[in-house]
Ligand binder design. Structure first.
Ligand SMILES: Cc1cc2nc3c(=O)[nH]c(=O)nc-3n(C[C@H](O)[C@H](O)[C@H](O)COP(=O)(O)O)c2cc1C
Length: 161
């Protein structure tokens, strides 16, 4: 999904017209909307960030969130319950939909949640640990390297532990 570990995003204007970009954002958001959740609670709000200065400010809320600063757009995932399985699935739906549309993405963990909540006016009781940068990779997206993942035999056991 990550075009590379520290993605370098190309200027949005080089890759996409504004109307195409808005459609991409909508399609990606709709994929997240359709994600499954426990009891169909849909315990999330997706904050779409397009403004360059705000992207830069958001990128300062995590040690390894720098890639958000140059993204075409980003989504901050606000979690309204503490069952992170659901928000994790929504994140995957957003990323897979983007990949299908030729858009790369990268996750970011926000260590400074309070700073981010202040910045975006997010209710204090919500959890906001993860954001996703989306963009058009300045480099050729690399295929997932075999060595980059554990072998299937290492992670699958048959019938019992
Ligand atoms: C919960 C979680 C938090 C992550 N946080 C960050 C992050 O803060 N910054 C970053 O660049 N990548 C982050 N990642 C991306 C992982 O580093 C990446 O998925 C992993 O290295 C595999 O990369 P690949 O899919 O490009 O092979 C995060 C991934 C997860 C699942």
């Amino acid at each position: 999904m990550c075009a590379c570990c520290k993605p370098r995003w190309e200027n949005e204007g080089n890759s996409s017209s504004p109307s195409k970009a808005r459609k991409t954002e909508r399609d990606v958001g709709n994929a997240g909307r359709m994600s499954q959740s426990s009891k169909n609670d849909q315990p999330w709000t997706f904050i779409l960030i397009q403004d360059r200065e705000r992207l830069q400010a958001v990128s300062g809320c995590g040690t390894y969130a720098g890639h958000i600063a140059e993204a075409a757009f980003a989504v901050v995932l606000v979690d309204h319950n503490n069952w992170s399985f659901d928000i994790g699935q929504a994140a995957a739906y957003l990323q897979l939909a983007a990949w299908d549309l030729g858009v790369s993405s990268c996750l970011a963990y926000f260590g400074s949640q309070d700073q981010l909540k202040d910045l975006l006016g997010i209710p204090v009781e919500a959890s906001v640990e993860i954001g996703i940068s989306f963009g058009y990779s300045a480099e050729q997206p690399r295929a997932v390297r075999k060595s980059g993942r554990k072998a299937l035999e290492e992670i699958v056991r048959k019938e019992h532990w």
